[in-house]
Write a new protein. Structure first.
Length: 319
C-alpha cells in the first residue's frame, strides 16, 4: 500500500508517522458525506469527490482524479441508487454503478491504494426468508441491483484485494434523511403514518457504518464481500417505523405512540421497478473481523433518536 510520511516534533524527540489520505467518492451523499466528515473528525486527511467534482460517467476524468489525488485509500460511496432512475436510464446506471468502480479498482491496484467499494443488499436473492451470508445466492430483480452486482464482479476481478462492502437501509444522517427521519418528522407534525409490512432487510446506523469503514480501511486487510449492517432478526419497514416511534416516545419527542397503518409492497404506486422482499444480511463476518459483537439495530435506532431528542433542530428541515 502506498504511504506518505512526515515528521512530528515533540520537544526534543521526533517520530516518523504514517500519513493516510482518503479519497471519498459520493462525498455529498448520505454515507459519503458523513464518512468524509467522520474521517476528518478522526484527524485523517480526506479528498471529497462529489457530483460537482467528477462526473463518474466520464471514465477518463475519473482516472485523472484518481491519479492526481495522492490518495492512499479510496472509498466509493457513489451510485445511481434510485430504482426508477436506474430503470429510466440504464446506460447511466451501468456506467456509474459498474464501469466507474471497475476503473477505480484498476487504478487502485496499479497505484497500490486500498480500495473499498460500497454495494447493496439488493444484489441478493430476495425470495427466501432469513439472514443472508456473504456466500448466499445473488439474484437481483431490478436494474439497480443488476448494475451493482456487475460492479461487484468487475471490482473483484480487477482487484482481488479490494473489499466489497454491502450495506442496507442506512439511517441517522439528518442532512440526507432516510426512512426513520421521515417517519419521525411526519409523526411530530401529527401526519398519518403508513409503512410496508411485507418487505424485510436490516437497518444500518451511519455512525456505526463510518466506524466500521475506518477500521476496515486502516486496521484490516479484509477483502472479498462483507456485509455491513446492524445485528438482529430481519425487520420490515413497518416494524422499523414502530421501533423508531417507540424510541421517540421514550426520549420525549412524542407524547404517545401513534398508529402506523400496514401497507403491501405490491400496492405502492410509485414503485415502477421490482423490489426484493427478503434481503436481510448477516453481520457475523464483520463481528468476527472486529472481534466484538455488532450493535443490535434496536440499540442503534435508540441512540440515533436520542441524538435527535437532544437537538430537535436536526429534524426541523426535513419535509
Amino acid at each position: 500500500m502506498k504511504k506518505g510520511f512526515h515528521w512530528i516534533l515533540e520537544g526534543e524527540a521526533s517520530k516518523l508517522c504514517v500519513m493516510y489520505r482518503t479519497l471519498v467518492f459520493g462525498a455529498d451523499g448520505r454515507v459519503g458525506g458523513r464518512l468524509a466528515a467522520y474521517l476528518e473528525e478522526y484527524g485523517l486527511e480526506v479528498v471529497k469527490c462529489g457530483r460537482g467534482f467528477c462526473d463518474l460517467k466520464d471514465l477518463s476524468a475519473l482516472k485523472r482524479v484518481l491519479l492526481s489525488s495522492g490518495a492512499t485509500h479510496v472509498v466509493n460511496c457513489a451510485a445511481v441508487s434510485g430504482l426508477e432512475a436506474c430503470l429510466d436510464d440504464p446506460e447511466t446506471a451501468h456506467r456509474v454503478n459498474a464501469m466507474a468502480p471497475e476503473m477505480m479498482a484498476r487504478i487502485c491496484r496499479l497505484e497500490g491504494m486500498r480500495f473499498i467499494h460500497l454495494s447493496t443488499d439488493y444484489v441478493l436473492d430476495g425470495r427466501r426468508k432469513g439472514l443472508k451470508t456473504e456466500e448466499g445466492k445473488c439474484r437481483p430483480v431490478n436494474v439497480y441491483g443488476e448494475s451493482k452486482l456487475e460492479a461487484e464482479f468487475r471490482v473483484r476481478e480487477e482487484m482481488p484485494d479490494a473489499l466489497v462492502a454491502r450495506v442496507s437501509w442506512v439511517f441517522g444522517n439528518p442532512v440526507r434523511p432516510s426512512f426513520p427521519e421521515m417517519v419521525l418528522r411526519r409523526a411530530m407534525k401529527r401526519e398519518p403514518l403508513a409503512a410496508v409490512a411485507d418487505k424485510w432487510s436490516m437497518p444500518t446506523w451511519v455512525e456505526d457504518l463510518c466506524a466500521w469503514l475506518r477500521f476496515l480501511a486502516y486496521e484490516s486487510g479484509a477483502s472479498g464481500v462483507l456485509h455491513l449492517c446492524q445485528s438482529g432478526e430481519p425487520v420490515s419497514w413497518h416494524s422499523y417505523a414502530i421501533t423508531v416511534l417507540k424510541c421517540a416516545v421514550k426520549h420525549g419527542l412524542l407524547p404517545s405512540l401513534p398508529p402506523v397503518a400496514e401497507q403491501k409492497l405490491d400496492e405502492q404506486a410509485g414503485f415502477r421497478d421490482a423490489r426484493p422482499r427478503h434481503t436481510a444480511m448477516s453481520c457475523e463476518r464483520l463481528s468476527s473481523l472486529m472481534k466484538k459483537p455488532v450493535r443490535a439495530y434496536e440499540e442503534a435506532i435508540d441512540m440515533a433518536v436520542a441524538r435527535y431528542a437532544a437537538d430537535p433542530t436536526l429534524l426541523s428541515s426535513i419535509s
